[in-house]
Every structure is written in structure tokens, then in C-alpha cells.
Design a protein around this ligand. Structure first.
Ligand SMILES: [Zn+2]
Length: 141
């Protein structure tokens, strides 16, 4: 899995992460993709949750006693949401706009998203082209 260049990807030069969580090929443009995160909590997250629970417990113990301890589960669910939102933000392909989550839910919406991506990309690149076209017209006249 060292090189995918023989597959004729859309983008050969991609930004490489130092420690990707996992690597794969974009199913639409064959560009090599990397995820920096996974949708699961790791040991470090649970350490942070435990630390937050400890601090909150120490602060609120005089008022609530041990009833504050279930706040651990509130922090846990907040961390789960945070990790999943961050992971989902990485899913759409930055090269072709393919979004695997939408493809799984509704292929038509996924196709529409790719179309919108290319419309946006083309409108960004168009102004330069139109300036070049004007120059050509001037030189011809
Ligand atoms: Zn792609």
C-alpha cells in the first residue's frame, strides 16, 4: 500500500499526515485519502473525561455530595458527539466532493453534493480564464 499512482488518481500530490488514523482511496476520484481521527474515543479522551469529572466533583461536592458523579456520563456523551462531528467533517473528499455518508443514506443527494462541489470549484477558477480570453480578443483586434 505504498503508492497508488498506477491507479490514475485525480490528485497525485496530496497532503500527508504524520500519523493517519487510517488511509484509503476515494471511491470516486481514486485519490489517496487519510483520516487524522477515528469516530471512537481513545484512552486519552477517557482520561480527559475522568479529569473533568474529578474537577467538577471537587467544585460541586459541598452542594451536591456524590450526586454529582453521574456527570461523568454527560461528559462522555459530549465527547462522543465531539469526536463524531470532527470525524464526519473529514469524510467529504476535498478533491472531488464525494461524501460517503450521504452516499450510504441517499445516492441522489451524494451525487448532487459532488455536482455542487464542481460548480463551486469551477466558478472559483473561471475568472482567471475569462481574463485570459479577453487578452486573446485584444491581441487579435
Ligand atoms: Zn475524491
Amino acid at each position: 500500500m505504498e503508492s497508488f499512482h498506477n491507479l490514475n488518481p485525480l490528485e497525485n500530490r496530496i497532503y500527508k499526515l504524520k500519523k493517519p488514523a487510517f488511509r484509503f482511496l476515494c471511491p470516486l476520484c481514486r485519490t489517496e485519502r487519510e483520516f487524522s481521527t477515528t469516530p471512537r474515543l481513545n484512552r486519552f479522551h477517557f482520561l480527559q473525561i475522568t479529569f473533568l469529572t474529578s474537577v467538577t466533583s471537587i467544585v460541586f461536592y459541598p452542594m451536591t455530595g456524590l450526586k454529582i458523579l453521574p456527570i461523568f456520563f454527560l461528559y462522555w456523551s459530549l465527547f462522543e458527539i465531539m469526536v463524531r462531528v470532527r470525524f464526519k467533517s473529514e469524510i467529504p473528499c476535498p478533491h472531488c466532493g464525494f461524501d460517503a455518508t450521504w452516499y450510504k443514506k441517499d445516492v441522489r443527494i451524494a451525487r448532487e453534493k459532488v455536482k455542487q462541489f464542481w460548480e463551486r470549484k469551477n466558478t472559483v477558477e473561471e475568472p482567471e480564464q475569462s481574463i485570459e480570453d479577453e487578452k486573446e480578443v485584444v491581441t487579435e483586434a
